[in-house]
Design a binder for this molecule. Structure first.
Ligand code: NAD
Length: 441
């Protein structure tokens, strides 16, 4: 079976590489020449554990190739996946420009029956727009070539993307023809054999499922952050509360860790886009609006604590930042809470020395040389007035407090991810601020 994946970002590249791993012949296409050149030499343009090896292995076997030309790869493919970005437009709607561009290109070059599958996260109704764009191009070519559209949203998590793709909780596929369903069954056969559930449904429901999944997860995060703030004022420790509620299987432990707000390439934009979809249907998603508002407030909480501690006098102070990416095991800086915190510190006249195991290069694209990038976590602490933990990389969890004490000007920690135990930190003589730690802080 031969397939083409258009868009070689986090989703397209992982999807293409993992399908190649199951024996399918995959061409990954992107308009970004630089990315494609890198990929041809076996280097992934993103940090994702295990991905480089898998790319090299499948490319060497001739199952995985990279190209800038959809026109060349489309002729032999049975399936084309659209996996390009759907960033928010100025209003917060999902910008479908790239998706529709690809649909037009498909219509302009397809030669025989094709299943056109949208993997990008797109609002309900997008498959109809994809279909119309393809039909329009076919009409220009005076062709009546048959094709199907389908929706196969992706649920992988950056940092664990390969495992998530190869061992999915579920595969959601929206189809409107038996032929498309049978092709998708063939494509996902290795996953079916391993008992990973495949849920077939109508296209609109599949498109909606992806947004609702992200909206639910964002809701859990904002909920616990809101509760954490109350715990802090009321003298309770949210860590204890979290455990107390998480052990109820109806609630569960996942995604109820308080912090500095959610970020990344998906939650912020998908929450916004779902609110906009509701608006277009004259419906008010009141809960999600609150989720978004709470998150905006939470992104400011660490800076507020810092400013309060220093009584607003931050000019000339130096802050060490541990962690820049929006979560561990990725170099993705899109909507990273670290950016909001650092920008506030810089605006207040403070200096920032940051360390992240992989995201410094990405961070430079956002902040340039406005901050200093340290080579390791302890170098970042040299002369620091305080440490701010922003991303919970595992190497930060059990640090050497002796070196910290030696390197820092003040023994002061703002822990935006609650990775430390307040009592332990105090035993080492540090002043500690966490999120929602109440009296134990
Ligand atoms: P990305 O920005 O990392 O990659 C998108 C790629 O598409 C880029 O390489 C870009 O050059 C390419 N592209 C744009 N227009 C193109 C065109 N006309 N032809 C060929 N290539 C083109 O995006 P991503 O993070 O991989 O996300 C892709 C989609 O998947 C989005 O809709 C996103 O919401 C969704 N998604 C992302 C994640 C994630 O964790 N990143 C998870 C699930 C779903």
């Amino acid at each position: 079976m031969k397939i083409t994946i258009v868009g070689t970002g986090y989703v397209g590249l992982v999807t293409g590489t993992c399908f190649a791993e199951t024996g399918i012949t995959v061409t990954c296409v992107d308009v970004d020449r630089h990315k494609i050149e890198k990929l041809k030499s076996g280097i992934a343009p993103i940090y994702e554990p295990g991905l480089d090896d898998m790319i090299q292995r499948n490319a060497a076997k001739g199952r995985l190739s990279f190209s800038t030309s959809l026109k060349e790869s489309i002729g032999e493919s049975e399936v084309v996946f659209i996996a390009v970005g759907t960033p928010p437009d100025e209003d917060g709607h999902a910008d479908l420009t790239h998706v529709i561009d690809v649909a037009r290109e498909i219509g302009a070059h397809m030669k025989k029956y094709l299943a056109v599958v949208t993997k990008s996260t797109v609002p309900v109704g997008t498959a109809d727009k994809v279909k119309a764009a393809i039909q329009k191009e076919l009409r220009k070519r005076r062709l009546d070539t048959p094709f199907d559209v389908a929706s196969n949203p992706e649920f992988l998590k950056e940092g664990n993307a390969i495992e998530d793709f190869l061992k999915p909780d579920r595969i959601v596929i929206g189809v409107e023809s038996d032929q498309a369903e049978s092709i998708m069954r063939r494509l996902y056969k290795p996953f079916l054999l391993n008992n990973h559930p495949i849920l077939f449904m109508d296209i609109a429901s599949a498109e909606m499922t992806k947004y609702v999944a992200n909206a639910m997860l964002a809701t859990k995060i904002s909920f616990i952050n809101d509760i954490a703030n109350l715990c802090e004022i009321a003298g309770a420790d949210v860590n204890a509360v979290r455990k107390g509620i998480g052990s109820d299987p109806r609630i569960g432990n996942a995604f109820i860790y308080p912090g500095v707000g959610y970020g990344g390439s998906c939650f912020p934009k998908d929450v916004k886009a779902l609110i906009k979809t509701a608006h277009a249907h004259h419906y008010d998603l009141a809960i999600l609006k609150a989720v978004e508002a709470v998150n905006e407030r939470q992104k400011k909480i660490m800076f507020k604590k810092i400013a309060h501690h220093f009584q607003g006098r931050l000019k000339g102070k130096t802050f060490a930042i541990w962690g820049l990416s929006f979560k561990p095991n990725t170099d993705d800086m899109r909507e990273a809470p670290a950016l909001a915190i650092i920008k506030s510190l810089l605006r207040a006249g403070a200096k920032v020395k940051a360390y992240d195991p992989v995201a410094a290069k990405e961070c430079r694209k956002h902040l340039g040389d406005k901050i200093t990038y340290a080579r390791d976590q302890y170098e970042a602490l040299m002369g620091a007035d305080a440490l701010v933990v922003v991303t919970e990389w595992s190497e930060f969890r059990v640090p050497n407090f002796k070196i910290m004490e030696k390197n820092m000007k003040n023994k002061l920690i703002f822990d935006g991810r609650n990775i430390f135990e307040p009592a332990e930190i105090r035993d080492f003589g540090f002043v500690y601020y966490g999120i929602g730690r109440g009296r134990s802080q």
